[in-house]
Design a protein around this ligand. Structure first.
Ligand code: G3H
Ligand code: ZN
Length: 285
């Protein structure tokens, strides 16, 4: 059934576990995430990023409608989350499209502008009953330092700044920069667990890990013990999907029916999802 992200994250945080949130780009991603969650008997979040919406010609509804329908028929609780939203026009479509939560991403902006933009997004979201996550990474421009992308491996969230940011913005959860980076195709990230501990002590909202595809199992397990309650995974599914299609087509140069390669791709993504969920489950079992 369709549930809310707030419900899943709150429950995970209370149990010192984490809920996985998987990026979906195509209908096959949606189907694979749900099938993987059903096989692992775990609730799950389907997240659609602003980039994925751009890929779909700027239209959110076709994929969102399909995801809602699939979630309603799932055997496990499934929530819909709108991820890495920078555009206010897109943010404002969230509730109507069936999303219970959004991640508003103004982390590229200097602190004061990030805070002001996030606070406006929080007011908007809370007025509609939406759960909202935001992000704070390293702030550029100080001491002549150039801005560092909040998703760069070297970026770090400062605990004191994070405490003020959460209090002043009213966000429900915070994505923190502790050593992971987006779109890694090897699982070689090392996390700053001492910093995570300080962030978790300083903040009374659940913490979110982005770029989790590049984080090895033992690091993920430790991060959950350290206070991460939502784990965002995208690239790992695309590695599975693309690898399966590449292999299928290499063996069958005459193939034309997309159902052949999409079937193996969907199966590979399902296995990747189930595997991730078992790791997260094992972290708290
Ligand atoms: O918000 C999405 C995630 O942070 C996914 O990152 O593709 O590196 O796993 P990833
Ligand atoms: Zn992310």
């Amino acid at each position: 059934p369709l549930t809310t992200t707030g419900e899943l994250v709150t429950r995970a945080a209370a149990a010192r576990s984490a809920v996985a949130s998987f990026n979906v780009i195509t209908l096959e991603h949606v189907e694979a995430v749900i099938a993987g969650a059903e096989s692992a008997h775990a609730p799950v979040v389907l997240q659609v990023s602003e980039n994925a919406v751009r890929f779909r010609g700027g239209r959110l509804l076709p994929l969102a409608r399909a995801a809602v329908a699939a979630a309603e028929h799932a055997a496990v609780p499934v929530a819909l989350h709108l991820d890495h939203v920078q555009s206010e026009a897109l943010l404002h479509q969230a509730a109507e499209a069936g999303f219970s939560s959004v991640m508003y991403d103004a982390a590229r902006l200097p602190y004061e502008r990030n805070l002001a933009a996030t606070r406006a997004a929080v007011d908007w979201a809370h007025a509609r009953g939406l759960w909202i996550e935001a992000e704070l990474g390293q702030i550029g421009g100080k001491n002549g330092r150039p801005p560092l992308d909040a998703h760069a491996p070297g970026a770090r969230t400062d605990p004191e700044e994070a405490r003020a940011f959460v209090a002043d913005s009213g966000v429900d959860a915070l994505a923190v920069a502790v050593g992971s980076a987006h779109a890694m195709t090897t699982r070689t990230a090392t996390l700053d667990h001492a910093l995570l501990k300080r962030l978790s002590a300083a903040l009374d909202v659940p913490l979110v890990l982005h770029g989790s595809s590049g984080v090895p199992d033992h690091e993920l397990t430790a991060a959950i013990a350290g206070g991460i309650a939502k784990v965002n995974i995208g690239t790992a599914l695309n590695i599975a999907l693309t690898g399966a299609i590449r292999e299928y087509l290499a063996d069958r140069p005459e193939a034309v029916d997309p159902r052949g390669y999409l079937t193996v791709a969907r199966e590979a993504m399902t296995r990747a999802v189930a595997r991730s969920l078992r790791t997260l489950g094992a972290a708290t079992a």
